[in-house]
Design a protein. Sequence first.
Length: 203
Amino acid sequence: MKIRLPWPSRADRRLWHATTTFSGLAELTARWLEGDIRSCPGVVPNHGPDDETLPLIPCLAATNRAGFLTTDSQPGHDAADYAGNLWEQRAAVTGFVTDPAILTRLVDSAEQTGLDLLVRFQGDHHPGLLVSRVNGLPYTWFGRCLTLPELRDSWPSRLVGDTAFDAIARAAQLTIAAPAFEPSDILWTALDEALHLPSTTGS
Protein backbone atom coordinates (compact mmCIF):
# COMPACT_ATOMS: atom_id res chain seq x y z
CA MET A 1 0.00 0.00 0.00
CA LYS A 2 1.32 3.43 -0.98
CA ILE A 3 1.40 5.77 2.02
CA ARG A 4 0.81 9.47 1.35
CA LEU A 5 1.95 11.83 4.08
CA PRO A 6 -0.44 14.70 4.93
CA TRP A 7 2.40 17.21 4.60
CA PRO A 8 5.14 17.87 2.02
CA SER A 9 8.43 16.04 2.49
CA ARG A 10 11.35 17.92 4.02
CA ALA A 11 13.15 17.85 0.68
CA ASP A 12 10.18 19.38 -1.14
CA ARG A 13 9.74 22.05 1.54
CA ARG A 14 13.41 23.02 1.21
CA LEU A 15 13.13 23.27 -2.59
CA TRP A 16 10.05 25.47 -2.57
CA HIS A 17 11.16 27.71 0.27
CA ALA A 18 14.60 28.26 -1.24
CA THR A 19 13.04 29.62 -4.42
CA THR A 20 12.92 33.42 -4.51
CA THR A 21 11.83 34.09 -8.10
CA PHE A 22 8.70 33.68 -10.17
CA SER A 23 10.61 31.64 -12.76
CA GLY A 24 11.85 29.38 -9.97
CA LEU A 25 8.28 28.69 -8.86
CA ALA A 26 7.29 27.93 -12.44
CA GLU A 27 10.23 25.53 -12.84
CA LEU A 28 9.29 23.67 -9.65
CA THR A 29 5.68 23.48 -10.85
CA ALA A 30 6.92 21.91 -14.09
CA ARG A 31 8.96 19.40 -12.10
CA TRP A 32 5.90 18.54 -9.99
CA LEU A 33 3.86 17.96 -13.14
CA GLU A 34 6.59 15.64 -14.40
CA GLY A 35 6.70 13.72 -11.12
CA ASP A 36 10.16 14.88 -10.02
CA ILE A 37 8.67 16.66 -6.98
CA ARG A 38 5.86 15.11 -4.94
CA SER A 39 4.18 18.25 -3.57
CA CYS A 40 3.08 21.57 -5.04
CA PRO A 41 1.48 24.58 -3.30
CA GLY A 42 -2.29 24.60 -3.65
CA VAL A 43 -2.45 20.82 -4.14
CA VAL A 44 -2.95 18.10 -1.52
CA PRO A 45 0.59 17.16 -0.38
CA ASN A 46 2.17 14.13 -2.06
CA HIS A 47 -0.46 13.99 -4.80
CA GLY A 48 0.44 14.42 -8.44
CA PRO A 49 -1.74 15.75 -11.27
CA ASP A 50 -5.19 14.27 -11.84
CA ASP A 51 -5.44 11.39 -14.30
CA GLU A 52 -7.16 13.60 -16.88
CA THR A 53 -4.13 15.91 -16.82
CA LEU A 54 -1.58 13.21 -17.65
CA PRO A 55 -1.76 13.64 -21.47
CA LEU A 56 -1.30 17.40 -21.01
CA ILE A 57 1.82 17.21 -18.84
CA PRO A 58 4.40 17.78 -21.60
CA CYS A 59 2.56 20.90 -22.79
CA LEU A 60 1.90 22.22 -19.28
CA ALA A 61 5.47 21.68 -18.11
CA ALA A 62 6.81 23.49 -21.17
CA THR A 63 4.25 26.27 -20.65
CA ASN A 64 5.50 26.82 -17.09
CA ARG A 65 9.12 26.91 -18.23
CA ALA A 66 8.17 29.47 -20.88
CA GLY A 67 6.80 31.90 -18.26
CA PHE A 68 3.13 31.02 -17.71
CA LEU A 69 2.91 29.55 -14.21
CA THR A 70 -0.17 27.33 -14.34
CA THR A 71 -2.24 26.60 -11.26
CA ASP A 72 -5.14 24.64 -12.76
CA SER A 73 -6.04 23.11 -16.10
CA GLN A 74 -8.36 20.59 -17.70
CA PRO A 75 -8.88 18.95 -21.08
CA GLY A 76 -12.08 19.28 -23.06
CA HIS A 77 -14.59 16.54 -22.27
CA ASP A 78 -18.16 15.58 -23.14
CA ALA A 79 -19.27 12.21 -21.76
CA ALA A 80 -21.32 10.55 -19.05
CA ASP A 81 -19.70 9.17 -15.90
CA TYR A 82 -20.35 5.74 -14.36
CA ALA A 83 -23.49 7.07 -12.66
CA GLY A 84 -24.93 8.48 -15.90
CA ASN A 85 -24.20 12.14 -15.15
CA LEU A 86 -23.22 14.13 -18.23
CA TRP A 87 -19.94 15.97 -17.69
CA GLU A 88 -19.14 18.73 -20.15
CA GLN A 89 -15.95 20.72 -19.86
CA ARG A 90 -13.97 22.93 -22.12
CA ALA A 91 -10.21 22.83 -22.33
CA ALA A 92 -8.96 25.52 -19.98
CA VAL A 93 -5.89 26.72 -18.12
CA THR A 94 -5.37 29.38 -15.47
CA GLY A 95 -2.35 30.80 -13.68
CA PHE A 96 0.05 33.74 -13.50
CA VAL A 97 2.31 35.71 -15.87
CA THR A 98 4.82 38.41 -14.88
CA ASP A 99 6.52 39.15 -18.21
CA PRO A 100 4.50 41.70 -20.25
CA ALA A 101 5.86 40.35 -23.54
CA ILE A 102 4.76 36.81 -22.72
CA LEU A 103 1.37 38.07 -21.57
CA THR A 104 0.93 39.97 -24.83
CA ARG A 105 1.82 36.91 -26.91
CA LEU A 106 -0.65 34.75 -24.99
CA VAL A 107 -3.45 37.31 -25.23
CA ASP A 108 -2.85 37.88 -28.95
CA SER A 109 -2.81 34.14 -29.66
CA ALA A 110 -6.00 33.58 -27.66
CA GLU A 111 -7.83 36.42 -29.39
CA GLN A 112 -6.72 35.35 -32.87
CA THR A 113 -7.81 31.76 -32.18
CA GLY A 114 -11.22 32.73 -30.78
CA LEU A 115 -10.53 31.51 -27.26
CA ASP A 116 -12.21 32.98 -24.18
CA LEU A 117 -9.83 35.06 -22.11
CA LEU A 118 -9.57 36.74 -18.71
CA VAL A 119 -6.71 38.95 -17.55
CA ARG A 120 -6.99 40.23 -14.00
CA PHE A 121 -4.71 41.82 -11.42
CA GLN A 122 -4.78 41.75 -7.65
CA GLY A 123 -7.79 43.71 -6.39
CA ASP A 124 -9.93 43.12 -9.48
CA HIS A 125 -13.23 41.34 -9.00
CA HIS A 126 -14.60 38.81 -11.45
CA PRO A 127 -16.47 35.50 -10.94
CA GLY A 128 -14.30 33.75 -13.54
CA LEU A 129 -15.11 31.70 -16.63
CA LEU A 130 -17.48 28.76 -16.45
CA VAL A 131 -15.42 25.79 -17.64
CA SER A 132 -17.48 22.74 -16.69
CA ARG A 133 -21.11 21.68 -16.41
CA VAL A 134 -22.80 18.60 -14.95
CA ASN A 135 -26.13 17.63 -16.46
CA GLY A 136 -26.27 21.08 -18.01
CA LEU A 137 -25.79 22.93 -14.71
CA PRO A 138 -22.78 25.18 -13.95
CA TYR A 139 -20.14 23.35 -11.91
CA THR A 140 -16.58 24.78 -12.18
CA TRP A 141 -15.16 28.25 -12.83
CA PHE A 142 -11.56 29.24 -13.57
CA GLY A 143 -10.16 32.73 -13.13
CA ARG A 144 -11.88 34.19 -10.09
CA CYS A 145 -9.41 36.79 -8.86
CA LEU A 146 -8.21 35.69 -5.43
CA THR A 147 -7.80 38.08 -2.51
CA LEU A 148 -4.35 38.33 -0.94
CA PRO A 149 -5.34 36.10 2.03
CA GLU A 150 -6.76 33.50 -0.38
CA LEU A 151 -3.65 33.71 -2.51
CA ARG A 152 -1.43 33.27 0.54
CA ASP A 153 -3.51 30.26 1.57
CA SER A 154 -2.77 28.67 -1.81
CA TRP A 155 0.94 29.60 -1.58
CA PRO A 156 1.55 29.16 2.18
CA SER A 157 4.53 30.76 3.92
CA ARG A 158 5.81 27.36 5.06
CA LEU A 159 6.51 26.61 1.38
CA VAL A 160 6.83 29.97 -0.38
CA GLY A 161 8.85 32.85 1.03
CA ASP A 162 7.76 36.47 0.93
CA THR A 163 9.89 37.47 -2.06
CA ALA A 164 8.50 34.75 -4.33
CA PHE A 165 4.98 35.31 -3.03
CA ASP A 166 5.18 39.04 -3.77
CA ALA A 167 5.98 38.19 -7.40
CA ILE A 168 2.82 36.09 -7.62
CA ALA A 169 0.73 38.79 -5.95
CA ARG A 170 1.88 41.36 -8.52
CA ALA A 171 1.47 39.05 -11.51
CA ALA A 172 -1.34 39.08 -14.05
CA GLN A 173 -3.85 36.31 -13.37
CA LEU A 174 -4.54 34.77 -16.76
CA THR A 175 -7.28 32.34 -17.76
CA ILE A 176 -7.76 30.94 -21.26
CA ALA A 177 -10.52 28.53 -22.30
CA ALA A 178 -11.71 26.88 -25.49
CA PRO A 179 -15.12 28.16 -26.63
CA ALA A 180 -16.91 24.79 -26.73
CA PHE A 181 -17.66 22.22 -24.01
CA GLU A 182 -16.13 19.28 -25.88
CA PRO A 183 -12.79 17.60 -26.57
CA SER A 184 -10.47 20.01 -28.36
CA ASP A 185 -6.77 20.73 -28.90
CA ILE A 186 -7.30 24.37 -29.89
CA LEU A 187 -6.11 25.75 -26.54
CA TRP A 188 -2.93 23.67 -26.40
CA THR A 189 -2.10 24.57 -30.00
CA ALA A 190 -2.53 28.27 -29.14
CA LEU A 191 -0.16 27.92 -26.18
CA ASP A 192 2.34 26.15 -28.41
CA GLU A 193 2.21 28.91 -31.01
CA ALA A 194 2.33 31.77 -28.49
CA LEU A 195 5.21 30.42 -26.42
CA HIS A 196 7.14 28.50 -29.09
CA LEU A 197 6.95 25.33 -27.06
CA PRO A 198 8.55 22.02 -27.99
CA SER A 199 6.25 19.85 -30.13
CA THR A 200 4.10 18.47 -27.30
CA THR A 201 0.54 19.09 -28.53
CA GLY A 202 -1.46 15.91 -28.61
CA SER A 203 1.25 13.84 -26.88
